[in-house]
Design a protein around this ligand. Structure first.
Ligand code: NAP
Ligand code: HSE
Length: 445
């Protein structure tokens, strides 16, 4: 050492070099505070337990779960009890936590906690599409104001890295259209009804047991969850604000086993689809079940799998396919945000839905599958066909399934307009010839 306390090495610059080399070789910490330790939170614990060493080797990020917030004391937990807390402030106030992972769901207190965590100087990773669909702009503004990151890869399509694909991989493109299956639970239910002949209720129960469904499964089966995800994708891709009221939304609850069976006989499978399509200055947003031909790319997407078809002006059509729900696939997406934020704390996804566009459901044309519940009476099928004909709706397939004088008439139409279908169905219903509500489903070509 010289008298100024510098080593001979430092005089030669070697000290800095060796320290630099040590820093270069050192891992960056990602110390996590979890808000929620249910299906997704437990998946994250499992991934850290199994893969932390290999993730550190590949990414240079050393993972540590500091503590997790839960609601109910007394449940079995995948973390030691001293790491499980009931007080959210103990996470926000802990300077030893870098990233808060919100996997509790719902709007409040989740939204307040996300804002609080950002204000407390933490970056946030969330899997919560409901809160982003309702308050995304405000949450991203807060992240911008605080200079912190907000990761939300897990909020759409579970394990598929669709947010990164759209915000980074396809950034060179103007996207005109997104068509996909965005809800794993609905797809799982329809698949089990089709392949295993389960009832709707049995299939939903299995989806819940497998950790696919939302805390309130109405969100899944009524298309609300898919609508939330479509809003997230729309605001991100088209930079246009959208709300639940802007969308046309139908769930899968009105679909009966006979629809699945007859669709199959006609060469289709029923899928819960979501569509965002740019038409001039307007955006058409829809979530509904549709008949999909077997050979369509969405035809084989089964169980809890999701898929998104994206048409970019540079890439042409791209298809992303993978598990859209479940503990580990979703935790995998959460982890990808954690690693991205830890490695690159200043890279942020642009969320700026300020483009003014008319967003609503636009009148479209398609082929339709129609089902009319009837009690067998002579001339009934002729009457239905006549009314459809009066509205210019022509038929490609027709089938009656009756048992003891009661059942359904199923019809597939040529391409027609939604308005004409609605008018024809209203007239047939008003004629009092049906034994229940008719069903109409679009056919996705
Ligand atoms: P979950 O199994 O119901 O777990 C929720 C967790 O949050 C539980 O640990 C619960 O505590 C805790 N929690 C809920 N409200 C709380 C409150 N007010 N205060 C403190 N803790 C609270 O839900 P999940 O399936 O993991 O889903 C979590 C989020 O991920 C949701 O936003 C969901 O939409 C999203 N997501 C889920 C999946 C999936 O496949 N499950 C996929 C993608 C995205 P207790 O354990 O004490 O009840
Ligand atoms: N309940 C959701 C689904 C979880 O079934 O798709 C994944 O977001």
């Amino acid at each position: 050492m010289d008298r100024a306390g510098r080593s001979p090495c430092s005089l030669l610059g070697l000290d800095t070099l060796s320290r630099g080399a040590r820093i270069f070789g050192m891992s960056k910490p990602a110390r996590l505070g979890l808000l929620g330790l249910g299906t997704v939170g437990s998946g994250l614990v499992e991934i850290v337990r199994k893969n932390a060493a290999s993730i550190e080797k590949r990414s240079g990020v050393r993972l540590e779960i500091v503590r997790a917030l839960v609601k109910s004391p007394g449940k079995a937990r995948p973390l030691p009890l001293e790491q499980v807390v009931l007080d959210a402030e103990s996470i926000f106030n802990d300077p030893g936590i870098d990233i808060v992972v919100e996997v509790m769901g719902g709007i409040e207190p989740a939204k307040g906690y996300i804002l609080r965590a950002l204000e407390a100087g933490k970056s946030v990773v969330t899997a919560n599409k409901a809160v982003l669909a309702a308050h995304g702009a405000e949450i991203f503004q807060k992240a911008k104001d605080t200079g912190k990151q907000l990761g939300f890869e897990a909020s759409v399509c579970g394990g598929i890295p669709i947010i990164r694909a759209l915000s980074s991989g396809m950034i060179a493109n103007e996207v005109d259209e997104l068509v996909g299956i965005l809800n794993g639970t609905s797809n799982y239910i329809l698949t089990r009804m089709y392949k295993d002949k389960l009832s709707f209720e049995e299939a939903l129960r299995l989806a819940q047991v497998n950790g696919l469904a939302e805390a309130d499964p109405t969100f899944d089966v009524e298309g609300i969850d898919a609508a939330h995800k479509l809003i997230v994708l729309t605001e991100l891709t088209f930079q246009t604000k959208a709300t639940l009221d802007d969308l046309e939304r139908e769930g899968i609850t009105q679909i009966e086993p006979v629809d699945i069976k007859v669709a199959d006989e006609f060469g289709f499978v029923i899928k819960p689809v979501a569509v965002a399509r740019r038409q001039g200055d307007a955006l058409d947003l829809r979530v509904h079940p549709a008949l999909v031909p077997f050979e369509h790319p969405l035809g084989p997407v089964s169980d809890e799998f999701n898929a998104v078809m994206v048409k970019g002006d540079a890439t042409g059509e791209m298809i992303f396919h993978g598990k859209g729900a479940g503990s580990l696939p979703t935790a995998s997406a959460v982890m990808s945000d954690i690693i991205e934020i830890a490695r690159n704390p200043s890279s942020g996804v642009m969320w700026n839905p300020t483009k003014s566009r008319r967003v609503n459901h636009l009148e479209g044309r398609s082929r339709y599958y129609l089902r009319f519940p009837i009690h067998d009476r002579s001339g009934l099928i002729g009457k239905i066909a006549t009314v459809l004909g009066n509205y210019g709706i022509s038929i490609t397939h027709a089938l009656a399934r009756l048992n003891n004088g009661t059942g359904n008439v199923m019809i597939v139409t040529h391409e027609t307009s939604e308005t004409e279908v609605c008018r024809a169905l209203a007239e047939i219903t008003a004629a009092g010839v049906l034994s229940g509500e008719p069903l109409s489903l679009r056919i996705l070509e």
